[in-house]
Design a protein around this ligand. Structure first.
Ligand SMILES: Cc1cc2nc3c(=O)[nH]c(=O)nc-3n(C[C@H](O)[C@H](O)[C@H](O)COP(=O)(O)OP(=O)(O)OC[C@H]3O[C@@H](n4cnc5c(N)ncnc54)[C@H](O)[C@@H]3O)c2cc1C
Length: 416
């Protein structure tokens, strides 16, 4: 969306057509997903309608299945299920990444990822609906399984999602007289010897201790061995029942580039130069999580973060226009200013410009930075209002789990 935003006005003025192919008619701002899961932000407010924002772009809802770049044709599976060939002169690739799902027995059947607004909504409803189940269950086994939440992968997504949900669960307990703080069980499973690899070891260790002080079990150097039949088995030999398994053990680049014969690295990211041009291909550009973008400030590659992706998209748009207008392109250069993580209401950690922050200042900085980055004034205002309302009223513990089975009531009525 950011690349299209940077391109559409000038392309329209030149008489060129810009087509955006996207499986959804909206863009979601992923850094706010943990706050959607905890109910601090309304789900619709972290997504932006592409139709409303991109007024000079033709939106084609569908998925690009293959790019035949020598023929300059994109094969698109459109929303109606049809296959269409879309001719182009210039292609920009930004399909992002997908959850990296490993072949662990039972994972595919039992696990859920944490990359989409739908998954964030699901997890909020899941937590509260499991608390409802536990509050009404007579069997202690059923109760324990309902209240056990396992997160596999201790990176940003896993830690933030767990921390926000644990925060919500604890706040909701006061409305569940039969349940106590010791009944909720959150387990974070991490294969490495530390969580939050992007943060300095000292700050990551601080987060681990903070989570443990909140009752979270952090299992380092441990893997998920299986999840068959709802029984979680860990590589350290432990086994227990858990109704909820969240898989946040990393992402892999979208396979479109590799599938289309574009040059990719070992991880499957499309190779681009510092101008964001696909190496060795005329008229092809790429940015974001799906691209291996040289980081000129470190000599390595840019990490897969929103901070980088949206700045790459803006630079890419300017470079595409420069190429079309016969001007020289400018290299992408962005110095990461720091890392921010939110760990529930009023709690967070940050490392910004060499400064380490904890607690309220870090939480406030996280919110302010991402609010600034959130596209459109409309969404910024709505999110700020969500937060303000959240300060004035107690946490909302309504669960709308039936959203995930909207036809159930109708089908039951039809059977009677
Ligand atoms: C829970 C979570 C929290 C995060 N928190 C932070 C944070 O605090 N700070 C930070 O900097 N980063 C954060 N990130 C990472 C950040 O969100 C990503 O790095 C960023 O979204 C990558 O942008 P992108 O445009 O490459 O991919 P995406 O944002 O994933 O966008 C790719 C788009 O391409 C579409 N697409 C996919 N396949 C096709 C196809 N075949 N045809 C057409 N369209 C397709 C997708 O539907 C999607 O709309 C977080 C990520 C998650 C999941």
């Amino acid at each position: 969306m950011y690349a299209a935003l940077g391109l559409e006005r000038r392309l329209a003025a030149r008489g060129d057509e810009l087509v955006l192919v996207s499986p959804e008619s909206f863009m979601q701002y992923q850094p706010f997903l943990p706050e959607v899961a905890s109910g601090n932000i309304e789900p619709r407010h972290v997504v932006v309608s592409l139709r409303q924002v991109l007024r000079r772009t033709r939106l084609l809802v569908g998925e690009v299945e293959l790019l035949d770049h020598p023929a300059r044709v994109a094969r698109v599976r459109t929303a109606d299920g049809a296959l269409r060939d879309l001719p182009y002169d210039v292609v920009v690739l930004g399909p992002g990444s997908r959850s990296r799902v490993l072949p662990v027995p039972g994972l595919r059947e039992r696990g859920v990822g944490f990359k989409t607004v739908a998954e964030a909504i699901y997890l909020r409803n899941r937590l509260l609906s499991r608390m409802d189940v536990a509050a009404s269950a007579a069997d202690p086994e059923v109760r324990r399984a309902a209240l056990t939440f396992v997160f596999v992968g201790g990176g940003y997504a896993g830690v933030e999602a767990l921390a926000e949900l644990e925060d919500l669960g604890r706040a909701a307990l006061r409305f569940y007289p039969g349940l106590g703080p010791g009944d909720l069980r959150f387990v974070l499973v991490e294969a490495g010897d530390r969580i939050l690899g992007e943060l300095s070891p000292a700050l990551a260790e601080h987060v681990r201790r903070l989570l443990e002080a909140r009752g979270v079990e952090v299992a380092l150097g441990t893997r998920l061995a299986s999840a068959e039949g709802g029984v979680i088995r860990l590589s350290d030999g432990r086994g227990f029942r858990a109704d909820t398994l969240v898989w946040t053990a990393g992402v892999r680049p979208h396979p479109l580039a590799a599938r289309s014969g574009f040059p990719v690295d070992d991880a499957g990211r499309v190779l681009v130069d510092e101008f964001l041009r696909v190496r060795g291909l005329e008229g092809a550009w790429a940015a974001g999580d799906a691209a291996a973008v040289p980081d000129l400030t470190t000599g390595g590659l840019c990490p897969p973060t929103a901070q980088h992706a949206l700045r790459q998209a803006r630079r890419l748009a300017r470079n595409v226009l420069a190429a079309l207008e016969g001007r020289p392109p400018t290299p992408f250069r962005y110095r990461n200013l720091g890392q921010l993580a939110s760990l529930g209401r009023y709690r967070g950690v940050a490392e910004v410009l060499g400064l380490r922050l904890r607690g309220f200042p870090a939480w406030w900085l996280h919110r302010s930075y991402h609010l600034l980055m959130m596209p459109t004034l409309n969404r910024k205002v709505r999110i700020a209002l969500d937060w303000t309302v959240g300060l004035l009223f107690p946490r909302d513990v309504v669960q709308l789990g039936s959203l995930h089975h909207p036809r159930e009531a109708f089908e039951r009525a039809a059977e009677e």
